[in-house]
Design a protein around this ligand. Structure first.
Ligand SMILES: [Mn+2]
Length: 337
């Protein structure tokens, strides 16, 4: 891993000085990824820059309402390479899901992110694991570079914050998070219609799939681990092409007496994507063991293997980390008479 530098001021200089930028984020982009990309593109456009936003896949349906979402396109074939590559909300460059070697060849790569697992892949890095969202990190750049946010930018940043805090439920929500959200609301955006677009934009197949997934819920012996599965068979049963199950974990976290919640999604016959949430153990550490990462309380990884094997391995690993957390420390432990 590279040295953990904070190049924020050099990033600001670069945004001011360079003429052209390519912005991207991780594949299967979340609200923070899309919100941050769009906010950053508005910021650069206001500075008179040439800006292209590209992702490896399409904008999720529930984020297509965001101002500027129609300027995001798929794929990285470009007629002319911009001078600077900016990655937002992306812990490592492979997560773009695109031609990462070509992306690495940019002379200037700006990495703005809040994942604790970020590997500082940029030539310029600004990583703040205390920030609740990448949007929260981008917000002050508007003040510094263009004197503040406009309404359309506020909608993008608010969506970043709303989604990454789990609608202000998660422990990452700080006074600063609400202060920024309040400021964004003062720009005239409508929190109710944003929430409706982000969380209510699904069809019947998606809700059928949720029902099937929730019916699969299991608890560990002591009731501290809860998990649900989404299998290929469930996708077929629910009908349609509905693949959008990544937020199903929110239906089993938080949950009474549960310390760790898991969502296991079959990507294909040989790969299972695991999402973690916890209020006790460091799930970033667990996810990193399996090549993933994220945040201390929310993380994910993709594991090779069939569902039954992955399920066994992951539940056992989580159980061990819960047991370790609760075990009295051998060193310095007190003995009672
Ligand atoms: Mn994020």
């Amino acid at each position: 891993m590279k040295e953990k530098t904070n190049d924020r001021s050099r990033i600001i200089e670069t945004l001011r000085e360079k003429p052209s930028f390519l912005i991207t984020s991780h594949n299967s982009p979340c609200g923070d990824a899309i919100g941050s990309e769009l906010a950053m593109s508005f910021l650069l456009e206001r500075l008179g820059k040439e800006v292209i936003v590209r992702n490896s896949g399409p904008v999720p349906r529930n984020l297509a309402f965001l101002p500027g979402a129609d300027k995001i396109s798929c794929g990285f074939e470009l007629q002319k390479r911009p001078q600077v590559l900016i990655l937002v909300d992306c812990a490592n460059i492979d997560r773009v899901g695109g031609p990462s070697q070509e992306l690495r060849e940019f002379d200037t790569i700006i990495n703005i992110d809040h994942h604790v697992s970020n590997d500082y892949f940029g030539t310029l890095n600004y990583v703040d694991a205390d920030a609740a969202s990448t949007g929260e990190m981008i917000f002050p750049l508007f003040e510094e570079l263009v004197g503040g946010v406009r309404q359309e930018e506020a909608a993008c940043l608010y969506t970043s914050i709303l989604t990454d805090t789990g609608s202000f439920h998660h422990a990452v929500t700080k006074p600063r998070t609400h202060e920024i959200a309040a400021h964004l609301l003062s720009k005239g955006i409508d929190p109710s219609s944003i929430a409706r677009e982000v969380y209510g934009n699904f069809g019947i197949a998606s809700r059928k799939l949720l029902g099937l997934a929730l019916s699969s819920i299991q608890l560990s012996g002591d009731g501290e681990i809860a998990w649900i599965k989404v299998t290929g068979e469930m996708y077929r049963e629910a009908g349609g092409q509905e693949r959008n199950a990544h937020d199903f974990i929110d239906y089993i976290y938080p949950m009474k007496d549960v310390r760790v919640s898991l969502l296991l999604r079959e990507l294909d016959e040989k790969n299972v994507k695991v999402s973690f949430r916890s209020n006790l153990v460091d799930v970033n550490q667990i996810a990193q063991v399996f090549g993933g990462g994220g945040h201390q309380r929310a993380a994910g990884c993709t594991m090779e293997g069939i569902m039954a094997d992955v399920e066994k391995t992951i539940v056992k690993t989580v159980q061990k980390s819960l047991d370790d957390k609760k075990a009295p420390k051998a060193f310095g432990a007190t003995t009672s008479l």
